[in-house]
Design a protein around this ligand. Structure first.
Ligand code: ADP
Ligand code: MG
Length: 729
């Protein structure tokens, strides 16, 4: 039997070679993506030609006209015929030269590309010539013989009607008015790096230049003239280098903004081996340092110039050379992070001596910043209205109200002379002790322990994951590559705080309690809390005795506690100062009694290393981001705030809401003050988890091996699988 073909079999399509102009136009579209890319190529050519003055003129966002004039070495007459052919260059002859290339161009593609997407005219004169030449190009070739003309030193290149033959691109660019802004931004960046060159950038027809810099020996002057005084006066110089071939070899210098600088957007001007590049990983990493280090985390201004051995940089990874790839990129990013971090910390200290009073908790979102992303709850719920530190408690016997009697009274008291005296003293002491404490081997051993027990896969998750949100009161949802993890924030924060105590050992800044808190009362509170269920008062005498003994013990240890841990206990047995473990973060003061009791009971005072370790653990537990004591009002916890009904309704004005159920209106009455306090506490905690805990963990946490198996991290899903499931639905 014959089988008839169901359908006519389709012939495979023919492969043929594209015409040269088509190839070139496609390639050109890649190199010259928009007007600003043309300007970048032209300015880089001028810089390669050793110019000392470069001016740019732009019409219609660059689509009508881009003119770049320089005073560089010019182009020889005999090179003009091949100037705009593809792959003609004076900067490279063999592939190996790429490894040590110093010039910005090397592919011989830029000018050629421009002739495929615009009309290019070059006017140039070389040294010693009486006149220059002018010649126009189209599709890589000269349109006419070069004509002699009068010319001033250097080269002027004009591009007209960019993308005249790429209708779609021209249309999209015409609609976006921001290309001139991009060009100004580009020139500003060049101007603060190449300070021996003067730059100007002007819109056609405008009397004033938008960038105008003159050659100066001072980088700060250049920044001032380009970015303005407000930026320049808030900058700190940074410098670092490493010459160890086993880790990384680099030199870096730059300027970074200090804590007075305020901006909504990060400005990161990065030059690697004098090439203006972008490095998203580095930018993100430095933004994280700012968030974690400065009290009011503004977006930074960063100018950074990094010099690496040319063979460590692959400049040939991006068609416009905008991105480069670096050998040891991770190591370098980490080093830059730690340099910036330590510079910021020092500057912060020297500026204010870092006394952070509880009243001025900078991380309270509603008072810090009106930037949207800083707000604690995306819905902008009413919890923002009352910052935690402004809440006045009326009932000191309520379960969370204990410490506030000591904390929130009399906020002005420590802001005066007293405070600056104590801070100066503590900062002098810090400096004096710097050397001695660095020598303590027990601390070094504990830190080495952390390093040696660090789990490398978890470290990767901590550093590279994205915070998605809180899944419940304890677990946060993280995304790492295509996996989702639940991470226990209490465990993580406890460990982070523990490690921070050891790392900052003897160099803490202080949280000042506005009213010294008597240890004895704190311990009593904690003991009573412990056996709340027993409802027995008969042990009161015993509790008093324990409280007295513990107070005595802590008073004896006060010198060491103050010197090494910034826990200040005065001679009357009052606690008045606590250490800052993470900037922007104040622990939950409701946990002070428990902490003080733990100091008395759980710290092993006898042996040095054990003592430091148990003290660090006690502080870690106290500062950890536990769920607030008040139950979470979103969800089941709401019940807690419902007023108990005593027969009849006692109706406070405005203190109820109505639910309509089975036809009868029933009044639900809530303890509104307590409820709003709880909302604030929970929102505050979530804000701290997102903006303080996770950024700091990325920087500092070395997750121990134990976290891989104790439920701190739980992998919940692979996104790939989830997508598959969704696809099937
Ligand atoms: P590349 O910069 O990669 O060499 P281009 O197409 O940008 O390629 O430039 C081709 C050549 O034209 C350069 O190698 C250089 O010799 C010359 N040239 C371009 N612009 C200038 C200029 N402004 N001054 C002097 N020479 C220039
Ligand atoms: Mg070039």
């Amino acid at each position: 039997m014959e089988i008839e073909p169901a359908e006519e079999v389709k012939e495979p399509p023919r492969i043929h070679r594209l015409d040269e102009p088509v190839v070139n136009r496609i390639a050109a579209g890649e190199v010259i993506q928009r007007p600003v890319s043309a300007v970048k190529e032209l300015v880089e050519n001028s810089l390669d030609a050793s110019s000392t003055s470069i001016s740019v003129l732009v019409k219609d966002g660059g689509l009508k006209l881009i003119q770049v004039s320089d005073d560089g070495h010019g182009i020889r007459y005999e090179d003009l015929p091949i100037l705009c052919e593809r792959h003609t260059t004076s900067k490279l002859s063999k592939y190996e030269d790429l490894q040590s290339i110093k010039s910005m161009g090397f592919r011989g593609e830029a000018l050629a590309s421009m002739t495929y997407v615009g009309h290019v005219t070059v006017t140039t004169i070389t040294r010693g010539q009486l006149h220059g030449y002018r010649v126009s190009y189209r599709d890589g070739v000269m349109e006419n013989e070069p004509k002699a003309c009068a010319a001033v030193k250097g080269t002027q290149i004009v591009i007209e009607n960019l993308f005249y033959n790429m209708i779609a691109r021209r249309k999209t660019l015409q609609n976006s008015a921001d290309d001139y802004t991009k060009i100004v931004d580009l020139l500003s960046r060049f101007a603060i790096h190449h300070i021996d060159v003067s730059f100007s950038c002007r819109k056609h027809g405008a009397a004033r230049a938008d960038v105008h810099s003159v050659a100066t020996p001072s980088r700060l002057n250049a920044i001032r003239s380009v970015y303005g005084l407000l930026v320049a006066q808030n900058l700190i110089k940074i410098e670092a280098s490493d010459h160890d071939p086993s880790s990384s070899v680099f030199e870096m210098d730059g300027f970074i903004s200090n804590s007075n600088y305020v901006a909504k957007k990060t400005t990161m001007v990065l030059f690697i081996n004098d090439r203006l590049v972008e490095c998203t990983a580095l930018k993100r990493a430095l933004e994280v340092v700012y968030v974690a280090t400065l009290p009011k985390a503004s977006k930074p201004f960063i100018y950074m110039s990094i010099t690496l051995p040319p063979e460590h940089v692959d400049v040939n990874v991006h068609p416009t050379k905008r991105e480069v790839s670096l050998l040891n990129q991770e190591v370098i990013v980490e080093k830059m992070q730690s340099v910036v971090e330590s510079v910021l910390r020092n500057s912060n200290e020297s500026r204010t001596f870092q006394e952070q009073t509880v009243e001025a908790t900078p991380s309270v979102p509603s008072v810090t910043n009106n930037d949207l992303h800083l707000s604690p709850s995306p819905s902008g719920s009413k919890s923002q209205r009352v910052p935690v530190n402004k809440i006045v408690r009326t009932d000191s016997s309520d379960p969370a109200g204990r410490m506030h009697a000591y904390l929130y009274k009399n906020p002005q008291k420590y802001l005066g002379r007293d405070s600056s005296l104590t801070t100066v003293r503590s900062s002098v002491r810090q400096r004096r002790n710097l050397k001695e404490t660095g020598d303590l081997t027990s601390i070094q051993e504990l830190i080495n322990d952390i390093d040696s027990k660090c789990h490398s896969d978890l470290l990767d998750i901590v550093r590279q994951s994205t915070y998605v949100g809180m899944a419940d009161d304890v677990f946060a949802l993280l995304q790492h590559n295509t996996h989702l993890y639940l991470a226990n924030v209490v465990n993580l924060s406890k460990e982070l705080m523990y490690q921070q105590v050891l790392r900052r050992f003897a160099h803490f800044n202080a949280i000042q309690l506005s009213e010294p808190a008597p240890l004895q009362e704190l311990i009593m509170l904690a003991l009573k809390e412990e056996d709340l269920d027993l409802e027995s008062n008969e042990n009161d005498e015993l509790k008093k005795k324990i409280a007295e003994m513990n107070t005595q013990l802590l008073k004896q240890k006060s010198e060491m506690l103050e010197e090494y841990f910034c826990i200040f206990i005065d001679s009357d047995g009052n606690l008045s100062r606590l250490p800052i473990l993470l900037d922007q973060y104040t622990p939950d003061m409701d946990r002070v009694p428990e902490f003080v009791l733990c100091l008395g009971n759980d710290v092993e005072w006898e042996e040095e290393k054990n003592c430091f370790q148990s003290l660090a653990a006690a502080l870690g537990n106290f500062y950890a981001m536990h769920p607030p004591m008040l139950p979470n009002p979103s969800g089941k916890g709401l019940e807690f705030y419902r007023k108990r009904k005593h027969g009849k309704h006692t109706q406070d004005k405005g203190n109820y809401s109505c639910h309509v159920g089975d036809g009868t209106a029933e009044k639900d009455e809530f303890e509104h003050e307590l409820l709003s306090e709880a909302e604030t506490a929970w929102a505050q905690r979530e804000w701290s988890i997102q903006h303080v805990l996770f950024p700091s963990m990325r920087l500092f946490l070395k997750p121990p091996n134990s976290m891989a198996s104790n439920g701190t991290f739980v992998r919940v899903a692979s996104l790939e699988k989830l997508y598959k499931i969704f696809e099937r639905c």
